[in-house]
Design a protein around this ligand. Sequence first.
Ligand code: ASP
Length: 346
Amino acid sequence: MPTDNIKVLIISTGGTISMVKDNDTGALRPADFSEFRSFLPELEHTNLTVEMYPVTPSIDSSNVNPGLWKNLAQTIYEQYDEYDGFVVLHGTDTMAYSASALSFMLENLQKPIVFTGSQLPIGVFRSDARENLQTAIEIAAAQDEDGNPIVPEVTIFFEDRLFRGNRTTKKNAEHFDAFCSYNYPPLAKAGVHIHYFPHLVFYSDTKQPLKLHTLIDSNVAILKIFPGISHRMVKAILNIRGLRAVVLETYGTGNAPTDKWLFEDIKAAVERGVIIVNKTQCVAGSVEMGRYETSLNLLQAGVLSGHDITTEALVTKLMFLLGGAEDTEMVKLLLSQSICGEMTID
Ligand code: ASP
């Protein structure tokens, strides 16, 4: 625990973690801050000042859209100098998308933003909410001996591990151990002590002030390849009006059928300016375009490699780049680079 008074802002967007059972009706409803405090009596005995900012209306994260990301990013940007760290309470269903989006929208981040949620509401017996929230607060407040934040990036804390937000995927709808980062190790593990792994943390290499990006273009589609996929379906997706980018979910190391029509349709879309990125359907491992004949044709059609990025990070990276970058060539260049630790480039 740090020694000086550390200020943490909890931004509540909704989700299961923010729910309590209404004593009169028995139904779940969003808790207000005083109710939240009552679940965290130990906070009084720490050197932390914890304040709360509710984003209204409180939503199930299935209703999250780029508007919420803008609101969240803007709120953190405005409160940035006031607090040492931020905790975002968020539903688990789309938490990995929101954490990924924020990692791109807040450039030069030097403070922790820890997303957390829970599988059971904070106000019910046996809930995982209290532990997740308490540890998330401690991580958001954690500083080294020189007063520097230990994990100054956008992360997700769940159950007992801290993951980089843009590497994380929800893997389980039932277990408390609901998230995983398949292609990047955890940044910290929490047991009796919290063990941090600073050599794995992404430190923004500049001391430039925080920069807010709120331009998002959601003209992005996901096209998942499966045995028997029809020409008609592929054609319909690739010809959506206004489409600017496609996440092409392929097999294994980035493979797809070698049908001539698939090659020709993809090539034609690329020539029209649609950006197509190859993302493996496997949860772990990386795309290796050209390893097999079945991905060489994609390479020849102009498809880009998504390396080992998650679908959540790729969708939000595309939306962010399309919203802000000057032209398609610049978007393609930035897609080939890791902006804030979202993929491994060999
Ligand atoms: N449907 C909920 C949500 O994502 C589930 C949860 O909070 O875990 O908002």
